[in-house]
Structure formats: C-alpha cells, structure tokens
Design a binder for this molecule. Sequence first.
Ligand code: PEP
Ligand code: MN
Length: 332
Amino acid sequence: MIVHLKENISIEDAENISRDIEGKLIFNEKNKLIITSSKKNSISDIHEKFISDKHILKSDIQLASRDYIKKTRKVKINNIEIGGDTNNTLMITGPCSIESKEQIRESANLLKKLNLTTLRAGCFKPRTSPYSFQGLGVEGLKMLSEIRDEFGFNIISEVKDASHVEDVINYTDIIQIGAKAMYDHGILRETGQQNKPVLLKRGFGSNLQEFVQAAEFILSEGNDNVILCERGIRTFETKTRFTLDLCGVSFLKEYTNLPIILDTSHAMGYSYGVPDLTRACVAMGIDGLLIESHPNPKEAKSDASQQLNFKEFEEMFSSLVPICQSVNRNLI
Ligand code: PEP
Ligand code: MN
C-alpha cells in the first residue's frame, strides 16, 4: 500500500504513522508518502486526517508499478530526457573498461562524430576472475570526467561494491549498478539517497519480480530516477553468453513505469550477433540501448569478444535510424 500524506504534515507526525503501520517513509520536497508491504491494505482511522489518498497494489512492485503511475517516468540526465512523453531511445556506448586516456579520447571522438550524448566506460570491473584486469578505479573516473568537461557528454560508469559508491556518484551523471551487484542493498540504499539517475541491471539469475523489487529499494529511498536494464539471463543455452529476455521486456513495459534500456552486448557476448539483436530490440520501442564499442576490440582488456569496432558500430547505428522512425522513436 502506498499512502500519500498531506502536504503540510510534520516530519514527526509522518514518522509516527510510518512506525505505526510498519512502513517506509519518503519525506522530501517532492514526495511525502509511506509504503507498506502489499499484504497490508488498510490504515487506522486515527491517521485519516493526515492522509490525502492511498493506493493498494497487488504485489511489492509498488512505486514502479503502472497501476500506481500510469505513464513511464521521465528521467532527466542533464540536458536530455528519456521516458515520459519523449519517445527517445538513448544510445549509450563506449568501451567495457576505460584503459587509457588515448583510448577514451578515441571513443569520445566516435560519439562526437555521431552526435551522441552519453559515454559509458567501466572503472571498477566486477570480473569473474581475480587475475583479470580489475579496472583503473578512481583514476579512470577522473579521466572520464575530463572527457565530460571537454566534450560535454553525460558519463555513465559502474558501481561494483560499497567501497566506491560515493566516488562513482561524484564523477558520473548516471550510476550503473551491474548485474552482479543487483542484490547489494548497501549500493541500492546509497544510490537511492541521492538524485542522480541510476541504471539498474538485471541480475542474470533473477526473475522479473526480484529485478523490479531491487529497483523498489532505490525508489523507496526517495530517488525517482531509476532506469531498468535487461542484459540477459542465464539459461541452459551455452552458445551465446546469456539469453536476452525480450518477453521480460514486454512484461516490464506493460506492468512497470520505469524506462527500459537493453544491453545487447553482454547478452550476446559475441560481436557478430550484436547488430541484429540490437535492431530487434529497437523494434520493440525501448527507452535506450547500451552497446560496447572499442577502438580495437581484439586488444580490449575486458569483454573483447563482444565489443564492436567503430566501423561496425557506425554501420549498426545508421541501420537503427529507420527502425526507430517506424516505431515512432527518436534515436538520440
Ligand atoms: C558491464 O556493463 O560492463 C558489465 C560488467 O555488465 P553486467 O553487470 O551486465 O555483467
Ligand atoms: Mn563489459
């Protein structure tokens, strides 16, 4: 149940009600509300005078539910917007990992050439082996922010664990929470307690309910700017790296109010399949894409097999334009 409190309620009264109904209180300029478990559907009459309305939701997908907010939420990333009435499909690209100043400058020039706005590169890499490249850390974030200042891009980079949440918040415009960190409640809470957009990736072993409930952890801390990212789940199939759950994307579009971005690079795991898969995704009418591209994929320090070289990226990008038009989307 989501209980909307009257605008003039004091923080003390709001906290009292929240305690009484065992809810989670959001109390800020924009919102004054309490969210309880969906198992609760009533509230004592003694609180009635403080309440403006209440919404009973069927499951603990509550703030993210279309039954609560009908339209897709608009997320503003500095000078650009996705969701809401925008019909924008945001192309996010860049290398899996930032490796050097030279490398990221080459990526920046590709974005500039194609008029793109949002550069992504990982600095803290959640690798499956402790012996692989772990990322440049804060040094990488600094290089990214220099590029942002010079080119005016929005920057997105990943939080891997609680040790560097603040650094990533400070240096980026969108905070990415990776698939392996989807369940990290410390990260979910901390990114929920600030206002920058958060791109939450689906854990590859998580079902849709668990995925959206992870987003609820961020929303229920007060951050409205949450974007979902489907990046493939683990199935019995081994020929591709993961299985991109496009049925799940349809579910998310129908039942949640959060913008949805698709990451075809990590799903496929091999560059040969990324352009076709991306074209299929765009035809679904989605809010954005996350595609890995690298000046020289063969030499990449992480995810070498799936990154597109710039020629492949440009060819794919131009093939997306008519598909976007046919589903009434602006590729930005
Ligand atoms: C990444 O985006 O580079 C990454 C590690 O992705 P994921 O969290 O989806 O595995
Ligand atoms: Mn990667």
